[in-house]
Ligand binder design. Structure first.
Ligand code: NAG
Ligand code: NAG
Ligand code: NAG
Ligand code: NAG
Ligand code: NAG
Length: 517
């Protein structure tokens, strides 16, 4: 297969699309709990692949699903959206399913032939489906995401939806002894892995990319990986980030310092003396941390024009080590500007906790935005985290490069403010424990025929499993120097060297799952 020349393509189109499509809401940080606020973990890529779309062979339909899969007395149903791509089929009953997660589904992942799993679909002659996750995009069990309706937006319900979906497609498409394989990355990677564990009869195998299985409540380990990557990139870089955060934390302690922060950054809005709250200060640091998180989470991925064009740990470190700028805090401001620019985001630094909470507390699905449900997806993701996943990305790890700036209490307060007094620390903690007990976490993961690729630079990898079970073909792969879901994107010149051979291992497992080896 001819390799797509991404360098050239991004040169030609990258800048154009970066400018044309602002990604984040002006009141939201670039990332919320690791999720890009403008697009989710996986949707990124739209911006530069759109001109390539070919919708021949593509259909968008809905399937009827129970609003509550576990309440036999409740017969309410909703329409769940799915896409079908018949482009590659050889009518051999091999069926691939891309599981979508915490974002509206779009044509991107079902029709960009450069994505790995679609290249494999072409190889195996598979029928391909993509299923939108309940409570995201236009798959809506209730007309909005208010309480208590949002309580049906859970992982268990989503897994049951997938099972029903597969049964329904087997009937609609007359598949005979079908060989389904599920794919998913990040949270949908978790779904792909758990679906193999909970519903083994429905599929013959799964690929679960960067799939967290230990859904930790206080996910401070994320920061550990980020600081390791900074250190490995360049020790000076670690020193400079450390110094900048130390200085900024110091400034945040009194009004004079806060006024100085106003002069360093293009804060929107600036802090107002005697009016800013502790939440505003926490929010400032959480947002700042999220700028760094986002770069490391996708560093060196072939995800989009920005990551291929240099939005990575190395350039970040060049900014933080800039010898022409003596003040490390100004370097942070320059880093923020560079990230906004690379992402095509609005310039400046969102700095109002209450503005952000207004967006996140709004339970109305946004139908007017370019991708309906895109803004609401931020609330949906926060619900998944507040309700059962946790993954609250604090800097509660003692001495660390980001200092003691992002606390668990900040996120817990957000959860309570968004979803009501019931959703407090005890509820969140207990539900999180129940989730891990229910599904076993990473050490008790029990399934057959699953590949679990995971990148050593991906802060999420620490929640993945390393339990390999060769007899049952449970195969964790740790890809050196790669980040989040890097195995799913198209290969590009200069990508981390360990990727190619790991993609090959995934391919060999697929052959095995399909009885072709
Ligand atoms: C169908 O396959 C062709 C050839 O690989 C590709 O160019 C096209 O984009 C594909 N379309 C869809 C909808 O997958
Ligand atoms: C910080 O960045 C903004 C652009 O967002 C710029 O206007 C401002 O001058 C910068 N501040 C400093 C101190 O360099
Ligand atoms: C809530 O979101 C909807 C859909 O985006 C919007 O029309 C409405 O104005 C928002 N409400 C408030 C109070 O911001
Ligand atoms: C898996 O991870 C655990 C905890 O980090 C470690 O103790 C164990 O040695 C690892 N096992 C393998 C096979 O790498
Ligand atoms: C599935 C997988 O490859 N897991 C790896 C993710 O990261 C952990 C921690 O570094 C490794 O031990 C696993 O092997």
């Amino acid at each position: 297969m001819k390799l797509f020349n991404f360098k050239l393509f991004s040169l030609l189109l990258g800048t154009l699309f970066l400018i044309a499509e602002p990604a984040r809401h002006p009141h939201l940080p670039p990332y919320l709990l690791g999720r890009p606020t403008g697009s989710g973990f996986l949707k990124h890529g739209d911006r530069f692949v759109k001109p390539e779309f070919n919708t021949v062979g593509l259909t968008l339909k809905t399937v009827s699903q129970k609003v509550d899969n576990f309440d036999p007395s409740n017969n309410a149903v909703y329409n769940q959206r799915y896409w079908y791509n018949s482009n590659y089929t050889k009518n051999n009953n091999i069926v691939f399913l891309m599981i979508q997660g915490e974002s509206p589904a779009t044509e991107t992942w079902i029709s960009n032939p450069k994505y790995q799993y679609l290249q494999w679909a072409a190889h195996f002659g598979a029928d391909v489906f993509q299923l939108e996750h309940r409570c995201f995009g236009q798959s809506r069990p209730f007309p909005d995401t208010s309480m208590p309706g949002i309580k049906v937006c859970t992982m268990s319900q989503a897994l049951a939806d997938i099972d029903n979906f597969i049964k329904q497609m087997n009937i609609d498409h007359n598949f005979l002894n079908p060989k389904w394989i599920t794919f998913g990355g990040s949270y949908p990677g978790t779904l792909s892995a758990l679906f193999r564990q909970e519903y083994p009869q429905a599929t013959v195998g799964a690929v679960a990319s960067s799939a967290p299985l230990d859904w930790t409540l206080d996910f401070y380990e994320y920061a550990l990986v980020v600081e390791d990557v900074l250190r490995q990139t360049n020790q000076d870089c670690w020193n400079n980030v450390n110094l900048a955060f130390q200085n900024m934390q110091q400034l945040s302690l009194d009004t004079a310092g806060i006024l100085q922060l106003n002069t360093y950054f293009n804060l929107q809005p600036p802090f107002v003396p005697n009016q800013y709250t502790q939440h505003d200060i926490d929010n400032f640091f959480a947002n700042l941390y999220s700028f760094f998180q986002g770069v490391i989470q996708y560093t060196y991925d072939g995800r989009n024009a920005a990551t291929i064009g240099g939005l990575n740990a190395k350039t970040l470190c060049d900014k933080m080590n800039d010898p022409s700028e003596p003040d490390v805090i100004v370097r942070v401001n320059n880093t923020v500007n560079w990230i906004n620019n690379m992402n095509g985001d609005p310039i400046g630094f969102p700095n109002s906790y209450s503005d952000m909470m207004k967006v996140l507390s709004n339970a109305t699905y946004d139908d007017e935005s370019a991708v309906p449900g895109d803004i609401a997806a931020n609330r949906g993701w926060m619900w998944l985290c507040c309700n059962e996943l946790g993954a609250l990305q604090t800097t509660d790890l003692g001495r660390n490069v980001f200092q003691q700036t992002v606390t668990l209490g900040y996120f817990i307060d957000m959860c309570t403010e968004m979803f009501g007094p019931e959703i407090g620390i005890q509820y969140i903690r207990d539900n999180n424990i129940n989730t891990n007990e229910k599904y076993g976490g990473s050490s008790n993961y029990k399934a057959t025929n699953v590949v679990l690729p995971n990148g050593s630079y991906d802060p999420w990898h620490v929640l993945g499993t390393n339990v390999s079970d060769p007899i049952n073909h449970v195969t964790p792969l740790l890809i050196q120097g790669a980040a989040h879901c890097s195995d799913m994107y198209p290969a590009y010149d200069g990508e981390p060297a360990d990727l190619a051979h790991n993609r090959d291992r995934i391919f060999k497992e697929l052959q095995y799952f399909l009885g072709q080896q």
